[in-house]
Design a protein around this ligand. Sequence first.
Ligand SMILES: Cc1ncc(COP(=O)(O)O)c(C=O)c1O
Length: 365
Amino acid sequence: MISLVDLTAQYHSIKQEIDAAVLATLESGHFILGPQVTKFEESVAAYLGVSHAVGLASGTDALVIALRALNIGAGDEVIIPAYTFFATAGTVMSVGAKPVFVDVHPRSYEINVTEIESAITEKTRAIIPVHLYGHPAEMNPILEIARKHNLKVIEDNAQGFGAEYLGRKTGSLGDIGCLSFFPTKNLGAFGDAGMIVTDDPALAERMKMLRAHGWKKKYYSEEVGYNSRLDALQAAILQAKFPYADSWNNARRALAQRYTEHLAPLGVVTPIEEEWGRHVYHLYIIRSEKRDELQAFLKQKGIASDVYYPLPPHLSVPCRAFGYKEGDFPHAEKAAKETLALPLYPELTQSQQDEVIAAIAEFSR
Ligand SMILES: Cc1ncc(COP(=O)(O)O)c(C=O)c1O
């Protein structure tokens, strides 16, 4: 069986370091925030080239707290891509605002920058570009539109740890960057974990308050916040993994290139990397009009694959309440019917990859 990701392979490759980090944390008796979390926050801030990082319980919380820190709520609109993980839309709704979708580019799956301005109204407060699958969104035009219309930019960098736009790390380009360290992410914890990064000290301060009940001083709430603090154990594990992040991303890129070299000649629609971007292949996505048949064929051969995502968020039950319907965002809807993620993780071997390629070649004949 070839799985889509293999988290134990990565654990075993650096087991001693992770075990030592876990044991040291258990011995420290410090489990919520504390020195382990501060260290990891500093590592990520330095890596991305930002001044502040705030460790949180998940990437979803990062989006919620980013929106709250910008005082976005009832009556406001936030522009997001029409093809993304539900959390991008769900968090906008959870703070009381309306998600306004913009269709995606049919090949890069990033928000189509040429359609953003027509979605702006007097209620629009922010744009959330998503670096989907690890490919960067086209940030300069997005930042220019935001400046022109006085909007904030929150990057959903859950899938893009290590990706670059014109040589700069994604997550560091907007007003706030939101990161997820969900176990399968390019840098993944052994549970839920997330982070917010920003260059704005006032925003960082507010987000630190929001992650702990609105406290500036313990027990003295100044506003309604959350319990969304990063666990010391997760931070220690993430810090142990952190030095490997670049080499793991390079391994993903090499495997992705190899997939493309073998699959493109078969007529398979393979992912693109825009010349201004560095893709980190959180997911390797192909497209097929016979996607469901291909997935069943691969399964029969013992090869896992998955669909990210079968339902574009505008067609979800909560978004339909705003009147969104089939046909609103054709590229997103077509992608939901055709995209398929193939096994890809840094420890995937070439012979496993060859099996996947051979199976797709057989299906394509
Ligand atoms: C694009 C995107 N946004 C947000 C999230 C939410 O992150 P988390 O699962 O850490 O809450 C994810 C991760 O699943 C994601 O892929």
